[in-house]
Write a protein that binds this ligand. Structure first.
Ligand SMILES: [Zn+2]
Length: 264
């Protein structure tokens, strides 16, 4: 009888614990995304340090070469040349979805473009800290059209003590690669600064297995492109990105994140 009672109390405790964890998790997520919606400069160091674990993209991108030996793992993680913040990923994905979502007929989906900003550390690791949405194009191509806007973004980036680390554009639902035109654009950035990267995002590939984006550099000698190994800053496992994106998705369609029951 006592045993039964104890296990009953344990079960209640377990249940309560789970509910509290979920509640706290949800509240934190809501706060974070409220800030994303309101201003640029979020994901502070405190949040990042809360999200402590680092996930290397290598284990996903280069699955074929992945050997699950203990001593090879840290070496592989050291190979990344670039880190990217969750804010940058969600901003580029949200920007892409703004012009390619279920409220828009698929044949009218178009590409978006923006700048990537951040810092280079003394070990020559590029840290992408934020994305600056610039504009949108057509179904197959996109360009930053207005040089004045480029200058405006540049000022904003400087004000945030960052510098332009490259550019991003979207391939809504057609995969992660560099077209000839993309390589051409990237070559311009790379001639200005050899560490510049091109990020291609396809939000429809953020499926829990793929990050839904890749980073590239052009080979200026032969017009080919290579992937740049990266790591996500914070404890973000590839499997949680769809949940994040789903949460902020209403914003990309100009709706409220959620409604109170009173509002419905
Ligand atoms: Zn492209």
């Amino acid at each position: 009888m006592e045993d039964k009672e104890e296990s009953y109390i344990d079960a209640i405790k377990k249940d309560l614990k789970k509910k509290i964890i979920n509640k706290v998790k949800n509240e934190i997520l809501q706060d974070i995304y409220k800030e994303i919606a309101e201003k640029d400069d979020i994901l502070t160091d405190e949040v990042i340090s809360l999200l402590d674990k680092k996930i290397s993209s290598n284990s996903v991108v280069k699955k074929k070469n992945f050997k699950p030996q203990k001593e090879t793992l840290p070496k592989q993680q050291k190979k990344y040349e670039c880190t990217i913040s969750v804010q940058t990923i969600l901003k580029t994905a949200a920007h892409a979805l703004k012009y390619a979502n279920s409220n828009i007929p698929r044949e009218k989906w178009i590409e978006v473009i923006g700048l990537l900003a951040g810092k280079l550390d003394k070990n020559k690791i590029l840290h992408l800290e934020d994305a600056y949405p610039m504009g949108h194009g057509t179904a197959i191509t996109v360009k930053i059209r207005n040089p004045d806007n480029h200058a405006r973004a540049f000022k904003e980036i400087q004000k945030n003590k960052q510098f332009i680390c490259g550019w991003y554009h979207s391939h809504p639902s057609y995969g992660l690669f560099m077209s000839k035109e993309d390589v051409g654009t990237q070559s311009v950035y790379q001639r200005l600064w050899d560490k510049a990267v091109a990020l291609v995002i396809d939000p429809y590939q953020i499926n829990g297995k793929s990050f839904g984006f890749k980073m590239f550099r052009a080979d200026l000698n032969n017009g080919n492109w290579n992937e740049v190994p990266f790591m996500i800053k914070g404890a973000v496992d590839v499997s949680v990105l769809p949940e994040f994106l789903k949460f902020i998705n209403p914003l990309t369609e100009g709706k409220a994140l959620f409604l109170e029951y009173d509002e419905e």
